[in-house]
Design a protein around this ligand. Sequence first.
Ligand code: ACO
Length: 434
Amino acid sequence: MAPQTTPETQAGATLSLDGKSLTLPVVRGSEGETAVDVQQLRAKTGMITLDPGFANTGSCRSAITFIDGEKGILRYRGYPIDDLAQHSSFLEVAWLLLHGALPTRAELGTFTHDVTHHTLLHEDFDRFFDAMPKDAHPMPVAAAAVGALATYYQDPETEDNLRDAIVRLIAKMPTIAAYSYKHSIGQPSMYPQNRLDYASNFLRMMFATPCEEYEVDPTLARAIDLLLILHADHEQNCSTSTVRMVGSSRANLFASVSAGISALWGPLHGGANQKVIEMLERIAAEEGSAEVFLNRAKDKNDTTRLMGFGHRVYKSYDPRAAILKKACGEVIGRMKSASRMLDIAMRLEEIALKDDYFVSHKLYPNVDFYSGVIYKAMGIPMNMFTVMFAMGRMPGWIAQWLEMRNDPDTKIARPRQIYTGATQRAYVPMAKRG
Ligand code: ACO
């Protein structure tokens, strides 16, 4: 396991209420982050804390991913994202997230073998895909398919069965993603092939047909692998918190991850990568509209947002966006595809980063700003972008779910509320209501 520092708890913050004072423990993390532990607040004062969107609430202690949003730092299990992006592979990173340490050569070999040999879906799954409308968006199809895996693997949750479930989820996600795409375009699904690596297998299942083989370009496979690494975990974001929340009721891993996929779909979360390209295409269609678009995004009376910009945690450049911007150039060069989308994205970024509104609000490109540009250059259809994100996030969701399950402090997630509705009223019979 990774070196793990138990957060230090010390008596600390004093709260004054109605002339009385209460001292609450202060918890310090291994990177110096501090939190006031309010667990005893209600028992001692009858009060709760109010924090819409949990924007300032630590929901757990976690040793998986560290982000410093002010400095633009992202580390998985202590390893900087740039190093992992440069030297590692997705399955290596998946192992790291799951086990807390980089794998040995033998461990990675066994893990790769296991994942490679669990990619097939049960043949009965064909009927599942057939039951979906032809124009179904692949995200709800993927969420439903992952949830449906729970019906095929219903064994009790022993350590061995859980290990199998983890391998199956990571192994079958590319198959589910590619099958949902093939179904949406009316083509037969392509079986996975064990001779191919994780990313190449996915690309082939997407683009080969029974009539024509698809030769995987190693540059594109490496770009997919990189994208998966960059998406692999991001601490307590909306979808991960959803996975933890669902799992806190002791729902199984498949059900919890399926809920996470649904949470990821929203345009303010993973769905933003599709929205970025829709935005860039609109700007491309209307000459000179980048500035007009930015003005709309700044207008408080307009709901338009600059998609792929801003982040709850990052208040400087998202390090993943920096890596992707560089990778965009390489993929586009390789594909010899028109760089129009990249040009517009870079121009938008340039003017936004000089604009007072974006500077004062600390809004920078996030991971979704450039990921769609790469996917598009590779020929991946727009409605598959968020499914790609889900494929990458899978090991992170699982690692966070495991951490939650193994944490003795885990309780069923059940926030409180401040009720603002009507106070007690007398029921009015229908006859008297008019
Ligand atoms: N364009 C214009 N203004 C923005 C944007 C944006 N993209 N993002 C935030 N703002 C403004 C808000 O209007 C608000 O302004 P105000 O304080 O003057 O009222 C301020 O910045 C803070 O915004 P919030 O929405 O309160 O910030 P929050 O942390 O809740 O939201 C979020 C973060 C959802 C990512 C937001 O920045 C956004 O909607 N971005 C666009 C969608 C997007 O790219 N999402 C992907 C995020 S990364 C991921 O999930 C993988």
